[in-house]
Design a protein around this ligand. Structure first.
Ligand code: ATP
Length: 254
């Protein structure tokens, strides 16, 4: 677990809000993600987790700092360069249904990312079915539309879509928050199994400490745009260094 797949240095995003002072939603964040590692990022609502996720995937441009993906600086990547970065990094969002085009079947949605990998139509169809099965769904779900499946099933399909290009890094931003507790657990189990099967590195962004406790190798605690603490889940939960972390732990775990 030594190779670095994702690295940020001083990553910063400043928003200018009309009538208010500029403020840093993400403030000089630096960390590294190792191959095969699962890193949890926790913190209260509004601390900058989603903005950080978007910066890592280059869905937003940082105001300052760098993002390095598999040795390539993607901070300023655009066009073809950004497309090729998306073979290495994929994201699963909170609301699975709206992350699919409602006019297309799940199979089409998942197959879209395979289009540029040189596969024939038939090969792509077979691969989509294989991916669905890997994510715990019957292959026939390829023909269903997003509104024809449950939220949990749709999130499984979104994970299948993210895995289609065999990325090195998967970013899950509150990917289970919209689901009920038992489905959340099943999705976490699925992600845990995929991690073992594929060796993928994961960043798991969540405000629920209890959920990430068993799942992550390491946790970063975010507060007001900054990483204020880092450690194994046991270190962060049982020996927090910062008063804020202690408060976060107390509020979740009682
Ligand atoms: N496009 C934007 N313009 C201005 N401010 C923004 C923008 N996007 C986010 N913010 C602000 O940046 C801060 C961080 O937001 P962000 O969505 O990253 O938080 P979060 O930790 O993911 O919260 P939650 O857990 O509720 O999703 C918030 O104060 C938010 O209002």
């Amino acid at each position: 677990m030594s190779e670095t797949v994702l690295k940020t240095e001083n990553l910063t995003k400043i928003f200018m809000v009309r009538g208010k002072k500029a403020f840093a939603a993400v403030d000089h964040v630096s960390f590294q993600l190792k191959k095969g590692e699962t890193l949890g990022i926790i913190g209260e609502s509004g601390c900058g987790k989603s903005t950080l996720a978007k910066l890592l995937c280059r869905l937003q441009e940082p105001t300052e700092g760098t993002v390095e993906l598999c040795g390539q600086d993607i901070t300023k990547a655009r066009g073809a360069e950004l497309c090729s970065a998306y073979r290495h990094i994929q994201m699963v969002f909170q609301d699975p249904v709206s992350s699919f085009d409602p006019r297309k079947t799940l199979g089409d949605g998942i197959g879209e990312s395979l289009r540029n990998t040189g596969k024939s139509r038939r090969e792509a169809e077979l691969r989509v079915r294989e991916l669905l099965k890997q994510c715990g769904l019957p292959g026939e779900f390829a023909g269903r539309y997003p509104h024809e499946v449950s939220g949990g099933q749709c999130q499984r399909a979104a994970i299948a879509r993210a895995l289609a290009v065999e990325p090195e890094v998967l970013i899950c931003d509150e990917s289970t928050s919209a689901l009920d507790v038992t489905v959340q657990k099943k999705i976490m189990e699925l992600l845990g199994r995929l991690r073992v099967d594929t060796g993928i590195s994961c960043i798991f962004i969540c405000h629920n400490l209890a959920l990430v406790q068993d799942f992550c190798d390491r946790l970063l605690v975010m507060y007001q745009g900054k990483i204020i603490e880092e450690g194994t889940p046991d270190e962060v939960i049982f020996c927090p260094k910062e008063a804020y972390t202690q408060m976060l732990v107390d509020s979740v775990l009682g």
